[in-house]
Design a protein around this ligand. Structure first.
Ligand code: ATP
Ligand code: MG
Length: 447
């Protein structure tokens, strides 16, 4: 076969039907758990004013420094035209907080619980588990601060992982990074410590020491790690309130039976976090390719121009969850099978088949047919390839006699039945529990 002329851009992929089975399954689990816990679904736009991410996430973070997808646009008013720069969202929290402010959600009963599922974009170097377009599940609890909320949020995540049968592959890493004042004091001490030692740091970390020294804590560079062993640690600067907050959170997690690992060097790569931070790590590979992470961001809404408002949230990577499900051998129900293939011969038969197909579908039978003008034999072959359970055959003879042939594909047996009984007969054979019927109640927020 010739090379296709076009392929997906680097770092992106088609979500093919097979993977959609997993995707749908994950979305179902998330919707279900989110709804049980009072979260409502929100979809901020895929692109926003770039300043929202720069201000919220922080200018000296990986995401903003090298991973933002910039989209240029024009802003026109009656008098003028100016350039604006948007960015494709690298995560969903900042957009949700912008929305909270824009729609005056502080007037709603607090906390406001919101969740989103959708695409995110990072212009990162693509590698395993790291794409330029991927999907996140995002949950946010805004407007109230209490360790009980952090614990409940984490518990919802654990329930989702359990539903997906990957919970035992993950460990919850937990830390408290104190308040802004604590971190400022710590960073002064950390910078002091590194005075005269800069040349032992790898170049990237030397730069980070200037721009975002907190990030040194989760540096993967060997030289940095060695130096850090004798450096002051963040927990020496955490105030009593934060310590108390964390102790209570731990108590609540224990109460809920959520296992966790204390990780004093967990800081997360984004500026907006304070107090609680956590990540869900692959138990076998650690920090690399974490499945999700989150924390408290009590300063973010104010940074985006709102009233000071506390919040806590989490983001989970859908592709990484799918990877774990596949690794764990989790199979998901495939509902894309074909129940009935309708084969026909001649224009009259074809026309009659159309209403027959429509009726079967209406009853919840997955039906395809009346596809073309091929011979009955080749239509039968096609029915087989589609994996249909039953085939209904309507030839010229059957049309005249008011009959139709019903063939059980697995058994290789067929019988002639009355055309008018065809639907009823198929329903009986399939069994009512196997019909794909739905009510609006189940489907209104399907996506
Ligand atoms: P990492 O340390 O792996 O770069 P991160 O800290 O940048 O992750 P977060 O901002 O915490 O990631 O995003 C939450 C989740 O989104 C991650 O745990 C991961 O599952 C997923 N994720 C982040 N970036 C990507 C990406 N480029 N491709 C696929 N999934 C991603
Ligand atoms: Mg990253």
């Amino acid at each position: 076969m010739a090379e296709p002329q076009f392929r997906t851009p680097k770092g992106t992929h088609d979500v093919l039907p097979e993977d959609h089975q997993y995707m749908t399954y994950i979305k179902k689990a998330v919707r279900h758990r989110a709804r049980q816990a009072g979260y409502k679904r929100i979809d901020p736009p895929i692109f926003e004013n770039r300043a929202i991410f720069e201000r919220g996430i922080g200018e000296h973070t990986d995401i903003v420094e090298k991973e933002l997808f910039i989209v240029s646009g024009k802003q026109r008013t009656e008098e003028s035209e100016s350039d604006v720069q948007f960015a494709l969202r690298p995560e969903i929290t900042a957009g949700i907080c912008r929305s909270y402010i824009e729609h005056g959600m502080h007037l709603l009963p607090q906390p406001v619980e919101l969740y989103a599922i959708g695409q995110c974009f990072r212009y990162d170097r693509p590698q395993k588990g790291r794409y330029r377009q991927f999907h996140q599940v995002d949950l946010e609890l805004i407007g109230l601060k209490d360790p009980s909320l952090d614990a409940q949020l984490i518990h919802v995540c654990m329930n989702i992982f359990a539903d997906l049968r990957i919970a035992d592959r993950l460990t919850l890493q937990l830390n408290n990074i104190g308040n802004a004042e604590n971190r400022r004091a710590f960073l002064v001490a950390l910078k002091d410590f590194f005075i005269g030692k800069e040349r032992h740091l790898p170049e990237l970390d030397r730069k980070r020491l200037q721009t975002n020294p907190l990030r040194l804590l989760d540096s993967k560079e060997e030289d940095t790690r060695i130096l850090l062993k004798s450096a002051p640690t963040l927990d020496q600067f955490i105030d009593d309130d934060s310590k108390q907050y964390h102790a209570t959170l731990v108590e609540y997690l224990d109460e809920l039976g959520v296992k966790h690992t204390a990780n004093p060097s967990l800081v997360r790569g984004l500026d907006y976090y304070g107090q609680t931070v956590f990540e869900f790590w692959d138990s076998s590979s650690g920090a690399q390719n974490a499945v999700g992470g989150g924390g408290r961001y009590d300063g973010l809404i104010e940074l985006l121009g709102g009233q000071p408002t506390p919040g806590v949230g989490v983001a989970m990577g859908v592709e990484r969850m799918i990877w774990h499900m596949k690794q764990a051998g989790v199979t998901v129900p495939n509902k894309d099978h074909v129940d009935v293939f309708v084969a026909q011969l001649g224009p009259d038969a074809k026309k009659m088949c159309l209403t027959l197909i429509a009726k079967l579908r209406e009853k919840g039978v997955h039906t395809i047919g009346a596809l073309g003008e091929a011979s009955l034999k080749s239509q039968m072959r096609l029915a087989d390839k589609f994996g249909a359970k039953f085939t209904l055959l309507l030839g010229q003879m059957e049309v005249k006699e008011g009959k139709i042939i019903l063939r059980d594909m697995a058994a290789g047996k067929q019988k002639s039945i009355k055309f008018e009984n065809a639907v009823e007969e198929v329903l009986k054979l399939l069994g009512s529990e196997n019909l794909d019927t739905y009510t609006l109640r189940d489907h209104f927020d399907e996506d």
